[in-house]
Ligand binder design. Structure first.
Ligand code: PLP
Length: 417
């Protein structure tokens, strides 16, 4: 019996209580209260299948992968390489070797900036991002700007948090060589019109990198249908372990890119005079990988894809709509990010209390939310605020979590209002 044998128990229907039963941590009391975990955008909790997969690897099937001829190395290698196919099916990549394992979204974007950006982009070429990017989709391009003289352009957002597509199109010219844009804003929940963005970018000959960190847990994702040239995400936001992630790239682009990191596993042959690199995907995977983590990410993908997709989408849409309506009733509360296309995130400010104080009081009530700038300081600058409170939902969130949040905000009002 492996850790994932029990998976189909949630398949076919969407029963949130059964989904919750898969997450041991949700039964924990925090500060003596029921846990209302509303911080999945920062990192999702882990289902038992993932926890058991990691324990199983280290207990029964652990050794270094690829090179070993012994039993344990073979077992670990079989489990490890199987995950590439799981990711390929999850995002509908055309080929399995288009899936590169990374340490996460940040790692994937830096890989593209360094391996693709440093060779395919030259001084004066433009990279177009948006005002709602996470810092990890801003800073790597600024580093490239400082090193290579590329020009960074930023498409603004409207005040509701949606992307200003007129401005985006005006900034998209034949000088634009790369568009790097998020599928979903982590600070606002905005869903960007990613298919249109890819189509428009390709029309001027630009390539597109899509940051799927917040997209993949909430939107059925097909990289070919979307038209992405590169797509990155983090395992830990998709119910898998930290330190895991994926870079998808079209094979033609990955083939033409030089490796980023050199070392073991990414070579075909080495002499002191010359190194011949391994084919895809190994060219981009130097060194011993996160073996148990990648296998655990595969268990998370198995768990996630066994959920009834329509049921999951309907459930999350219901919790978002319910939460948004309940928050709108709280006196003095202003939602930050009200784009028509939104998922999973309900950022807000209160006109009588600082986000960090709100977060601390909510914590006393068992409610876990993130407060701060959410690694998206330009979004805060747009709204002229320092921080927001950001409840965010996942597959296991319930209306009860929202009620606990609203009750906690009542306590905030008693103290500060
Ligand atoms: N991009 C977005 C939209 C995010 O929300 C995050 C994390 O919050 C990242 C990138 C960075 O992900 P990681 O820290 O897992 O590399």
């Amino acid at each position: 019996m492996t850790a994932t044998d029990s998976l189909p128990r949630t398949a076919g229907v969407y029963d949130v209580e059964r989904v919750r039963a898969d997450f041991p941590i949700l039964a924990e009391k925090v500060r003596g209260k029921r846990l209302a975990f509303l911080d999945s955008a920062a990192s999702a909790q882990k289902p038992r299948a993932v926890i058991e997969s990691i324990a199983h690897t280290y207990t029964r099937e652990y050794a270094n992968v690829h090179r070993g001829v012994h039993y344990l190395s073979e077992r670990a290698t079989v489990a490890y390489v199987a995950v590439r196919g799981k990711v390929q099916r999850l995002i509908n990549a055309a080929r399995e070797d288009e899936i590169i394992f990374t340490g996460g979204t940040t790692d994937g974007i830096n890989l593209v900036a360094q391996a693709y950006g440093r060779t395919a982009l030259k001084s004066g070429d433009e990279v177009l991002i948006t005002e709602m990017e996470h810092h990890s989709n801003i800073v790597p391009w600024q580093m490239l700007r400082d090193e290579k003289g590329i020009v960074l352009r930023v498409a603004p957002i409207h005040d509701d948090g949606s992307l200003d597509m007129d401005a985006f199109q005006a900034l998209l010219t034949e000088k634009t060589r790369l568009v790097a844009v998020t599928q979903v804003s982590n600070a606002l929940g905005t869903v960007t019109p990613i298919r249109d963005i890819c189509r428009l970018a390709h029309a001027v000959g630009a390539k597109v990198l899509v940051d799927g960190a917040q997209g993949i847990p909430h939107i059925a994702t097909d990289v070919q249908d979307m038209g992405a040239d590169f797509y990155v995400f983090s395992g830990h936001k998709l119910y898998g372990p930290t330190g895991t992630g994926v870079l998808y790239g079209r094979a033609e682009l990955l083939d033409a890119m030089p490796p980023w990191r050199g070392g073991g596993d990414m070579i075909r042959s080495v002499t002191f005079e010359h190194t011949e690199y391994a084919p895809l995907p190994h060219k981009f995977e130097a060194g011993t990988p996160n073996i148990a983590g990648v296998i655990g990410m595969g268990a998370g993908i198995d768990w996630f894809t066994a959920l009834d997709r329509d049921g999951l989408d309907a459930h999350e849409a219901d919790i978002l709509a319910y939460g948004t309506a309940r928050l709108a009733e709280v006196p003095g509360l202003r939602l930050v990010g009200t784009a028509p296309e939104k998922v999973a995130v309900m950022s807000f400010v209160l006109d009588y209390a600082h986000p960090h104080d709100i977060g601390t009081i909510l914590d006393q009530e068992g409610v876990a939310v993130r407060t701060g700038h959410h690694c998206a300081q330009p979004v805060m600058q747009h709204y002229d605020i320092a921080a927001t409170v950001r409840p965010s939902i996942g597959a296991y969130s319930t209306r009860e979590d929202i009620e606990q949040l609203v009750a906690g905000l009542g306590k905030v009002r008693e103290m500060f209002g």
